[in-house]
Structures are given as structure tokens and as C-alpha cells.
Design a binder for this molecule. Structure first.
Ligand SMILES: C[S@@+](CC[C@H](N)C(=O)[O-])C[C@H]1O[C@@H](n2cnc3c(N)ncnc32)[C@H](O)[C@@H]1O
Length: 229
């Protein structure tokens, strides 16, 4: 078990534990945390965290007073998120499964998601292993697109989806898909961050595919906000 003291540029998490293989909070988590904080979650707000990982965002929402449900496809992530909620003294209901399926028929005021979004050599995301936390299929959009399709049925009227992903998999495409699905949608935050180990290792392949320029070593993260009117 690794313990990480997690601080972001604007949002501070409590210490978060991660079991081996579970995604520890990083720049994308911080960016989404800031969006969640700015959303004005209050007591009684019903929040769903899709792909909760360490549970950092779920615990943050619970600290803000929200009633929080969370999901992850990874058993280790589910255990980790439950542990972190207990350590923080917050109630977060975490279930294992694909996207929102562990909470059938439920709707939410706020859905947050930091899904796997890194373009990969494989067409589909892996079924197991650490890379399941970041590999998003060939264009990085496999899980992102599924969330876009599902969002309208998960949101209550005035409900909001907050999703973070890399600019490498196309912010405009996400805005278009969510708008086509009937949501009012915009990019609300952006940050440039240095490539981590996964993108560094894929640099040549990403360049060959025309996704990055030669020598590029930073990516843009985007936060997308989509509201059901
Ligand atoms: C990039 S990590 C984000 C973790 C955490 N939310 C954060 O922001 O630090 C993506 C998470 O989504 C989970 N995941 C991947 N595919 C999923 C799916 N189909 N349904 C639910 N969770 C999934 C992974 O196991 C991983 O924990």
C-alpha cells in the first residue's frame, strides 16, 4: 500500500492510500477536483463518481456534504476507495462494475469522471492490468464516448457532468457528442502538463499518428462541463 500526500494547485486532498495498480491522484484528478469545488456541491447534492480509482474525488464530494455513490471496474480500486472513505470518516457507497451499471435506474445532480483516455495501440481498452486505468483504445475515446452516450440518462434536470480528459483525444469531439445528446456543453478549464511516463514512452507512436509534434513533451488536459437543461 502506497501512501501519497496529495496536494494540487487549488484543491488539497487528505492523504490518500492506493493499493498497487490503483491510479494515484494526479494533475487530471486535481483539475476535476477544482471543477467539482467550483460546481457548488452542497448538502444533499447527489454525486456519482465514475471510475473512482483511489476515491479521492468521491471523498472530496462527501466532504462538501454530498451524498456520494461511486463505481470502478477494478476490485482493487473499489477496496482502495472504500478504505480512503473510512479513513476520511466520510460515507461513500462504492460498487464494482462498468461505468454506472452498479447503480441501475439512478439519476444524479452531478456526475464526475476521470476516465481512461490515453490513445493506445490496442483498439479496445485492456480487460485487466494497470493500463486499464489509462488506456482508452486507439483514439483514447472508447470509454469517453460511452460516458457521453450515457450522460443524459444519468442526469436529473439541471444535472451536470464534469469530465476531464486529454486534448489528444479531442475536446471538440466530446463537446459535439454531448451537444448531440441534448446537453449544454463547454470546455470550462484547461491545463498544460508535462508528459508522464506513459505518454513519454508512446511519443514516437503518437507522433507517427500525427497526434503530437516532433519533440512535444506536454499535453493539454481539458475539463468538459455538460448540463441537462
Ligand atoms: C484515470 S483513472 C481515475 C481515477 C480517479 N477518479 C482519479 O481521478 O484519480 C480511471 C479509473 O477508471 C476505472 N475504469 C476504467 N474503465 C472503467 C469502466 N468501464 N467502468 C468503471 N471504471 C472504469 C479504472 O479502473 C481507474 O480507476
Amino acid at each position: 500500500m502506497t501512501t501519497t500526500a496529495v496536494t494540487g494547485p487549488a484543491v488539497r486532498f487528505a492523504d490518500v492510500w492506493t493499493l498497487p495498480g490503483v491510479y494515484a491522484p494526479q494533475a487530471d484528478t486535481y483539475l476535476l477536483a477544482r471543477a467539482l469545488r467550483d460546481e457548488g456541491v452542497t448538502a444533499g447534492t447527489e454525486v456519482l463518481d465514475v471510475g473512482t480509482g483511489s476515491g479521492a474525488l468521491a471523498v472530496l464530494a462527501a466532504r462538501m456534504g454530498a451524498r456520494v455513490s461511486a463505481t470502478d471496474i477494478s476490485r482493487r480500486a473499489v477496496v482502495t476507495a472504500r478504505l480512503n472513505a473510512v479513513r476520511a470518516g466520510e460515507r461513500v457507497r462504492v460498487r464494482r462494475g462498468d461505468l454506472s451499471t452498479p447503480w441501475p435506474g439512478r439519476t444524479f445532480d452531478v456526475v464526475v469522471s476521470n476516465p481512461p483516455y490515453v490513445p493506445a495501440r490496442t483498439v479496445r481498452p485492456p480487460l485487466w492490468g494497470r493500463a486499464r486505468a489509462w488506456d482508452g483504445g486507439h483514439d483514447g475515446r472508447h470509454v469517453v464516448d460511452r460516458i457521453c452516450s450515457r450522460a443524459p440518462s444519468l442526469l436529473r434536470p439541471r444535472g451536470v457532468l464534469l469530465m476531464v480528459h486529454s486534448g489528444l483525444c479531442g475536446a471538440e469531439t466530446t463537446v459535439a457528442r454531448l451537444s448531440e445528446a441534448g446537453l449544454t456543453c463547454a470546455v470550462t478549464d484547461r491545463a498544460r502538463v508535462p508528459f508522464g511516463p506513459v505518454l513519454t514512452q508512446r511519443r514516437r507512436w503518437l507522433h507517427t499518428r500525427g497526434l503530437i509534434a516532433a519533440g512535444e513533451d506536454e499535453e493539454e488536459l481539458v475539463v468538459i462541463r455538460a448540463e441537462r437543461i
